[in-house]
Design a binder for this molecule. Structure first.
Ligand code: 5GP
Ligand code: MN
Length: 319
């Protein structure tokens, strides 16, 4: 197994990054790794670099240390740790530091990850990147502050320990983490379930305007740019919509998309299990997991739905 501390021993500068539009697992793994390495190596320059996390993640200690706007003139890091990202282009603006780093370490659990980086710990079966970080840690060096973001990541990527990606190892890891005594119930409530008024309005709208097809096996909805501008909504406002669509009785695949540019949509797919949505997302240059994946595509809502539904039909026919 990758010996993280040994690999970083001689590195003075370390960047830790994750994917664009960071979710709970991305933020949790970046912050858990950051807090751990900062504790073990207080003399090193260690920089967490991802897009600004949503406000509910401010319970994580050190979250303000995250660097979001990169200065022109690229420092060459001794090591770049890339987390929760299935390919280098997922690092967004931080990708340049991946390109220039002397050593790259990739830790990820996306089934669509084909393997990249100098050193890797990639397990497509693992619940979350946070679970993988817990595998790699010297647990005797952990503390409550480090454990909390790692717990958040596991909770978010498993739908509160519900999805099929949960294994006995996941639960053992969670058992160890909550032993540190943070208020895990409050954390789930405030980072996972709680919705802003705007998020609930967007959810309501997306549910009402959704369409079903293929005998109710598929459901799709969208929020377009005009609506986003009217409500002042950004991608954070759409958190949880695709999952809620998936809960519709009879649905195998849920599709939610929002317009990022005129006639260009960020698409999220969720599957109940029969359809491998990672395969579909990968076909359109995206990625993800068998039951949760995404990609970006040009076209109208209906163009995109047509494209995806062909791919879904092929898989359902095979079943
Ligand atoms: P979401 O639908 O919540 O944005 O993403 C679901 C899963 O698919 C996440 O694991 C996310 O990292 C992955 N994913 C979403 N969009 C993309 C994309 O455009 N490219 C890749 N490679 N993965 C994506
Ligand atoms: Mn993840």
């Amino acid at each position: 197994m990758l010996d993280l501390l040994k690999e970083l021993k001689d590195c003075d500068t370390v960047a830790i990054s994750g994917h664009v539009r960071p979710d709970g697992d991305c933020i949790g793994s970046v912050m858990g790794t950051y807090l751990y390495l900062r504790k073990v190596f207080p003399e090193k320059t260690i920089i967490p670099m991802i897009e600004k996390p949503a406000p509910e993640f401010s319970v994580i200690s050190g979250i303000d240390d995250i660097v979001t706007d990169f200065q022109p003139g690229v420092p060459r890091f001794d090591a770049f740790i890339g987390l929760d990202s299935s390919s280098p282009d997922r690092y967004g603006d931080a990708g340049i530091y991946f390109e220039t780093a002397k050593k790259t370490i990739v830790i990820d659990h996306h089934i669509s990850n084909e393997g990249f980086g100098d050193l890797r710990y990639i397990d497509g079966e693992a619940s979350s990147t946070c679970e993988l970080i817990c595998d790699l840690m010297d647990r005797s060096l952990a503390d409550k502050e480090i454990a909390m973001p790692l717990y958040i990541g596991i909770i978010h990527d498993t739908g509160v320990l519900q999805y099929s990606n949960v294994s006995p190892k996941t639960l053992n890891t969670v058992a160890w983490l909550i032993g540190y005594g943070f208020d895990f119930s409050k954390i789930i409530e405030e980072t996972f379930y709680e919705r802003t008024r705007l998020q609930n309005e967007m959810l309501g709208r997306a549910l009402i305007e959704s369409i079903t097809f293929m005998d109710g096996k598929c459901i799709a909805s969208k929020i377009d740019k005009k609506t986003m501008e009217f409500y002042g909504a950004d991608s954070h406002a759409f958190e949880g919509i695709v999952n809620q669509l998936r809960f519709t009785k009879g649905v195998e695949v849920a599709i939610f998309m929002y317009e990022v540019e005129s006639m260009e949509y960020k698409v999220s797919l969720r599957s109940r299990g029969l359809v491998d949505v990672a395969k579909i997302a990968k076909f359109y240059d995206g990625g993800g997991h068998a039951r949760a994946a995404g990609f970006t595509m040009k076209g109208t809502f209906y163009d995109i739905v047509n494209n995806i539904s062909d791919s879904i039909a092929i898989q359902l026919d095979e079943e």
